[in-house]
Design a protein around this ligand. Structure first.
Ligand SMILES: Nc1nc2c(c(=O)[nH]1)N[C@H]1C(S)=C(S)[C@@H](COP(=O)(O)OP(=O)(O)OC[C@H]3O[C@@H](n4cnc5c(=O)[nH]c(N)nc54)[C@H](O)[C@@H]3O)O[C@H]1N2
Ligand SMILES: Nc1nc2c(c(=O)[nH]1)N[C@H]1C(S)=C(S)[C@@H](COP(=O)(O)OP(=O)(O)OC[C@H]3O[C@@H](n4cnc5c(=O)[nH]c(N)nc54)[C@H](O)[C@@H]3O)O[C@H]1N2
Ligand SMILES: [Mo]
Length: 555
């Protein structure tokens, strides 16, 4: 989608957190907000309490937020495309679309309307398992609201159809005129504290900072001038492509910074093979992770409270982070590690690699975080108006193009990046691996409140370990009974890729045929089971759907 997905699909909330207070209707789809974004979850609950905001939750599990919702849609994992298309279908049928917005601010509406013409609620019920009348209800509630917002997270994106799912949600927001105004929008809640900042700064293989494409000659020329060096115009590999390239030997050396892919990549056996096979592995982390155990060199890094810099949060707010503690002996900030390595590689400030390195010569110095921030403002016009002095007074939301600009809580109020926003007709398709006789259950994976990802940081805390119930597989009591086991029994869960053992948690918050395992626990690592099939466009792996069998563990 022109412009819109470049900004939104790459993941940035179109709207702000403060605006949640005045939303009329929220569609929360594939986001376990109270456990994974508790502060935002709290704001949502307050909006319900204070002015009767309505929440529609669409999640295969009855997450806690559903207890505050007016409607819970329990779709089968991997069927969101069909569900959203059917909601769009009903909105058109009931004339709840915003014709003025469609006419003045969008294009390609006709093709989209044609694509959803046959997507009736009855058709979608057959695919999603959600009763047709609930789909109608959801469409009418969302479609009649003056200010309706969509919140989505990994339940939408971690699929082989992840990009299509996001585009379907963009269609829904556009057809109802819910973009470019306060308390509405399309809001992917970002994951880590600074994943927004990391993507803004080009932690993706196709772009320079500020989502500027490496294969655009004009863009590349500007960066070559700024940095005084020659740059490649060839997009690099994504994380999943890198794993494959390590296995087939086309990547010989790898440097991992602040990630534990041996535990967090779907299909762990394959990931472990990749990181064991690569000829030279460097891991830079604050702890000795499962990935670091395979490394040739481990570089100990300082943690967030031990260094200076900025974090950009999920609502695009750039905020200062200040050093509060000294790093432990031997650990250095990531920045100084990178600079120390550059020094030893004889990198000089003009950006060339010299063979006759002289200590103390004109080489890259330990630049202060502020100096780097100032360079960012030259590279990316959307933050040109931000500086450390302004950040002393509080965070600023990009775009902030000039020193006297207040920042932008709501995107697209005055237009879309390329003029008109384009609808995208989406044809729903199945996930890559579906249940069958041998592997009869769908497994979906995700998080719990108490743990963080691969547990490197949270599992070192005794307090957290005590509060958390540890690894479990959530199953519907009906399925548990059929397996002739009971709540708390240990089971063996197997997929085509691996096997783990863990206790079962019987809960009617999950439908029959569907199971859920959090991926935090190395003693029962969900990623031994998951499928590494990827979305063809953005290459995100399908962590949210694979097929498994469950049996009582003997002994
Ligand atoms: N406590 C805690 N908080 C975290 C994190 C953490 O590890 N721990 N990690 C952070 C990070 S990096 C991220 S990315 C976010 C992720 O935040 P979320 O995406 O909210 O977390 P998940 O548990 O991965 O998945 C969300 C929901 O998707 C549902 N789901 C599963 N399959 C489907 C499907 O096919 N369709 C739909 N619509 N829903 C489905 C699951 O039932 C689950 O409730 O959380 C962030 N916050
Ligand atoms: N099955 C399944 N798999 C998933 C997901 C899922 O829902 N299901 N979700 C996916 C998602 S959305 C995400 S974001 C990933 C997360 O996957 P990872 O990012 O691999 O998981 P973390 O455990 O957060 O690893 C981060 C590492 O950074 C280190 N670290 C922390 N601070 C610093 C620092 O300042 N400097 C350095 N150098 N290191 C630091 C920590 O010690 C930790 O080892 O998992 C993905 N994998
Ligand atoms: Mo994430």
């Amino acid at each position: 989608m022109t412009g819109l997905v470049t900004v939104l699909g790459s993941g940035a909330m179109s709207n702000d957190i403060a605006g949640i207070a005045d939303i009329d209707v929220m569609l929360v789809i594939g986001s376990n907000t109270t456990e994974t974004h508790p502060i935002i979850g709290l704001r949502m609950k307050q909006a319900v309490k204070k002015h009767g905001a309505k929440i529609i939750v669409a999640d295969p599990r009855r997450i806690k937020l559903a207890d505050h919702a007016c409607l819970w849609l329990s779709q089968k994992p991997g069927t969101d495309g069909a569900l959203i298309n059917a909601i769009c279908h009903v909105i058109i049928r009931e004339n709840l679309n915003d014709q003025e917005f469609i006419r003045s601010r969008t294009e390609n509406y006709e093709a989209f309307a044609e694509a959803v013409a046959d997507c009736t609620p009855e058709w979608a019920e057959g695919i999603t398992g959600v009763p047709a009348e609930d789909i109608e209800k959801a469409a009418k509630i969302y479609g009649s609201a003056e200010k309706a917002a969509i919140f989505y997270t990994m339940g939408i994106t971690q699929h082989t159809s992840g990009t299509d799912n996001v585009k379907s949600l963009a269609n829904l927001a556009l057809m109802t005129g819910n973009l470019g105004k306060p308390s509405a929008g399309l809001n992917p809640l970002r994951g880590q504290n600074n994943v927004q900042g990391a993507s803004d700064m080009a932690c993706a293989p196709t772009v320079f900072p500020g989502y500027q494409r490496v294969d655009d000659d004009g863009v590349r020329k500007r960066f070559e001038e700024l940095w005084g060096c020659t740059l490649s115009g060839k997009p690099g590999l994504t994380a999943t492509e890198m794993s494959r390239a390590m296995v087939d030997g086309s990547i010989e050396a790898m440097w991992v910074m602040g990630e534990n892919p041996v535990m967090s990549d779907p299909n762990m056996c394959h990931a472990r093979e990749a990181f064991s096979k690569v000829k030279f592995l460097v891991v830079q982390d604050i702890f000795l992770t499962e990935t670091a155990e395979l490394a040739d060199v481990v570089l100990p890094a300082a943690a967030y409270a031990e260094k200076e810099g900025t974090f950009t949060n999920t609502e695009r707010r750039v905020q200062r982070v200040r050093q509060a503690l000294l790093p432990p002996k031997g650990a250095c900030s990531d920045l100084s590690i990178i600079q120390a390595i550059s020094d030893r590689m004889n990198y000089d400030r003009k950006g060339s690699w010299s063979d006759d390195f002289q200590p103390g010569s004109d080489r890259m110095e330990v630049a202060e975080a502020e100096e780097i921030f100032n360079e960012i403002t030259k590279a990316w016009p959307a933050v040109a108006g931000i500086n450390y002095k302004r950040l002393e007074e509080g965070g600023i939301q990009w775009p902030c193009p000039a020193a006297d600009h207040p920042g932008t809580p709501v995107l697209f109020e005055n237009g879309f990046p390329r003029g008109l926003a384009s609808f995208t007709p989406i044809i729903w398709r199945d996930p890559e691996e579906l249940p069958d006789e041998e592997y009869p259950f769908i497994l979906t994976t995700g998080r719990v409140l108490y743990q963080y990802h691969t547990g490197t940081m949270t599992r070192r805390s005794q307090v957290i370990e005590k509060a958390d119930r540890g690894p479990v597989i959530e199953m519907n009591p009906g399925d548990v009974e059929k397996l002739q086991i009971k709540d708390g029994d240990r089971v063996r869960v197997a997929s085509r890729r691996g096997t783990i053992m863990l206790p079962v948690l019987a809960t009617d918050r999950i439908s029959q045929g569907v199971t859920f395992i959090p991926f935090h626990y190395k003693e029962a690592a969900a990623n031994l089971l998951t499928n590494d099939a990827c979305d063809p466009e953005c290459k995100i792996p399908e962590a949210k759907v694979c097929a498994v069998k469950v049996e009582k563990a003997s002994g």
